[in-house]
Design a binder for this molecule. Structure first.
Ligand code: FAD
Length: 423
C-alpha cells in the first residue's frame, strides 16, 4: 500500500483545519485525507436553520471544493487502526501507511439509545437540529405549532455544542412570543444533567430567559423512548432518593438532542481510552501512548467543549506539534482547552460563552466590546454574519488570525514516556 507523511482520518472541521494549517507551514508535505462523504457541513449553522434564519444549503459545500488542492483524498471510510505497524485499513481492505496519523472522525449520534426514535424522526412532530436534513423540519414545526406542548431534550454530557438543545428551545419560544402564541404553549426542557450550563458564569443570563419564556425545566430527566404515532415520550427520571422512575409525557412537538459517543471504529480500536473516546494528552493533543498519532475535534477525550471553536485553537497546536515530531523533537505547543458556545437566547441576541479547561473564562474580544455573560446584539451579528465567513475562509484555509499557539521552551514531562516516534 501507499504511505504518506501525514494521514488524516476525517475531512470534517478538524481534519480540514489541520491539513490547511500544516500546508501553510510546510507546503511540500505529503498529506492525505480519508473521508467517505461527498459533502462537508457547517454544523454550527444548523441552529439558525432550525430558527428560520439560514437556509439548509448555506450549511453545506461539496467536499471536493473544501479539500486542499495539495492533499490526496481517499474517498473512503477508515475501518481499522494498526498503530504498532503505522498503518490504517480502509473498509475495502486497502492498507495505508503513515509517518504521522491525525484522527478526526467526529463523534457518533447514538440514536439506538432512544427506543423507537428511528421510526419517527422527521415525522409526527419529532425533530432534531443535530441532523442536516431535519433542521428545516424544526422551523416548519415551530411555525405550524401555535398551542400545546413542546418538549426539548438534552442527553448526558459530553455532547457537541452543549448549548445547542437550549438554543433550539429559545429560538422557538422567541417565535411563539412574536406571534402572540407563547401563552398557549407549554414548553418543557428535559435535561439529563442537573444544571442549565456547565460553566456557572453563564447560568444567570440563561435562567432569566427560562423565566421570561415560562419554560418548565426538568433536571435529571433523560429521554429513553418515543412513540411518534401516539405522540408520547418516555423519560427516565431520578427521584429525590436517586432512584430511577419512568415518566410518560405527551407532546405536540419534540426536539431531540441524541446521546453521543465515540464512533465504533475508534471505541473498538487500540487508540481508545476511557469511555471509548480517543486518548489524548490534553495539552499537546498527542496520543497518550502512540507518539506519532495526534487527534482533535469531537472524538477526543480532552475535557473541552466539543465545538468548531475549539478546533480553531486545536488545529495550529496539532500542526506545530506534528512538525516538531517529524523533525525528531517532542511536541511543545499546548492547547488551553478553549471552546465557545454562542447561545441564541432570542432572535437578535446571543450569550457568547467562551472558556477553557476548568471553566476558565477566555473571551476573544475585550469585554467592553462583548460581555460574554450577558446577551448582546454584537454577538448575534458575529454568529449570523461573521463566523460563517471565518469558518469557510479562515478556519478551513489555515488562516490563523488571532490564534497563536503557546509553544513551551521545553517538552512537558508527561510526553517523555511516549514511544513510537516516526521513522
Ligand atoms: P465533524 O466536523 O463532524 O467531521 C467528522 C468527519 O469525519 C465527517 O466528515 C465524517 O464523514 C468523517 N468520518 C466519520 N467516520 C469516518 C471514518 N470511518 N473514516 C473517515 N472519515 C470518517 N460548534 C461551534 O463552535 N459553535 C456552534 O455554535 C456550534 N453549534 C452546533 C450546533 C449543532 C446543531 C451541531 C450538531 C454542532 C454544533 N457545533 C458548534 C459543533 C461543531 O460542529 C463540531 O464540534 C465540529 O464540527 C467537530 O469537528 P470534527 O472534525 O471533530 O467532526
Amino acid at each position: 500500500g501507499r504511505r504518506h507523511d501525514v494521514l488524516i482520518i476525517g475531512g470534517g472541521t478538524g481534519g480540514q483545519a489541520v491539513a490547511s494549517s500544516l500546508l501553510k507551514r510546510q507546503p511540500d508535505l505529503d498529506i492525505a485525507i480519508v473521508e467517505p462523504r461527498s459533502e462537508h457541513f457547517y454544523q454550527p449553522g444548523w441552529t439558525l436553520v432550525g430558527g428560520g434564519v439560514f437556509q439548509r444549503s448555506d450549511t453545506s459545500r461539496p467536499m471536493q471544493q473544501i479539500m486542499p488542492k495539495d492533499a490526496h483524498w481517499y474517498h473512503a471510510a477508515c475501518s481499522r487502526f494498526v498503530p504498532e505497524q503505522q498503518h490504517i485499513v480502509l473498509e475495502d481492505g486497502e492498507c495505508i501507511g503513515y509517518r504521522i496519523l491525525v484522527v478526526a472522525p467526529g463523534l457518533k449520534l447514538n440514536w439506538d439509545a432512544i427506543d423507537g426514535i428511528k421510526d419517527t424522526l422527521g415525522q409526527h412532530g419529532v425533530t432534531s437540529n443535530y441532523v442536516f436534513d431535519l433542521a428545516p423540519y424544526t422551523w416548519e414545526l415551530v411555525q405550524n405549532t401555535s398551542s400545546g406542548k413542546a418538549l426539548f431534550t438534552q442527553p448526558a454530557m459530553p455532547i457537541k455544542c452543549a448549548g445547542a438543545p437550549q438554543k433550539a428551545m429559545y429560538l422557538s419560544c422567541d417565535h411563539w412570543q412574536r406571534q402572540g402564541q407563547l401563552g398557549d404553549m407549554q414548553v418543557e426542557f428535559c435535561n439529563a444533567g442537573g444544571v442549565l450550563f456547565g460553566v456557572a458564569d453563564y447560568v444567570p443570563a440563561l435562567q432569566s430567559y427560562i423565566d421570561h419564556y415560562g419554560i418548565q425545566v426538568n433536571y435529571f430527566s433523560n429521554l429513553i423512548a418515543v412513540d411518534g404515532q401516539a405522540k408520547t415520550a418516555v423519560l427516565s427520571v431520578a427521584n429525590a432518593d436517586g432512584e430511577q422512575q419512568t415518566i410518560e409525557k405527551s407532546f405536540d412537538m419534540l426536539h431531540v438532542c441524541p446521546p453521543q459517543c465515540a464512533p465504533d471504529f475508534i471505541a473498538d480500536s487500540p487508540l481508545a481510552g476511557d469511555g471509548g473516546w480517543l486518548e489524548l494528552n490534553s495539552d499537546t493533543l498527542q496520543h497518550s501512548r502512540f507518539g506519532n498519532v495526534f487527534g482533535l475535534g469531537d472524538v477526543g477525550n480532552t475535557p473541552n467543549a466539543k465545538t468548531a471553536a475549539a478546533i480553531r485553537k486545536q488545529a495550529p497546536v496539532v500542526a506545530e506539534n506534528i512538525i516538531m515530531v517529524l523533525n525528531g523533537e517532542s511536541p511543545r505547543a499546548v492547547y488551553n482547552g478553549y471552546g465557545a458556545c454562542p447561545l441564541t437566547v432570542e432572535r437578535g441576541k446571543i450569550v457568547l460563552a467562551e472558556f477553557g479547561y476548568g471553566g476558565q473564562l477566555d473571551p476573544t474580544l475585550p469585554r467592553w466590546l462583548i460581555e460574554g455573560t450577558l446577551p448582546t446584539r454584537l454577538a448575534w451579528h458575529l454568529k449570523e454574519k461573521v463566523l460563517p465567513w471565518v469558518y469557510w475562509n479562515a478556519l478551513l484555509k489555515g488562516r490563523e488570525w488571532l490564534v497563536r499557539p503557546t509553544v513551551l521552551p521545553r517538552p512537558i514531562p508527561a510526553q517523555e514516556s511516549v514511544q513510537n516516534m516516526p521513522a
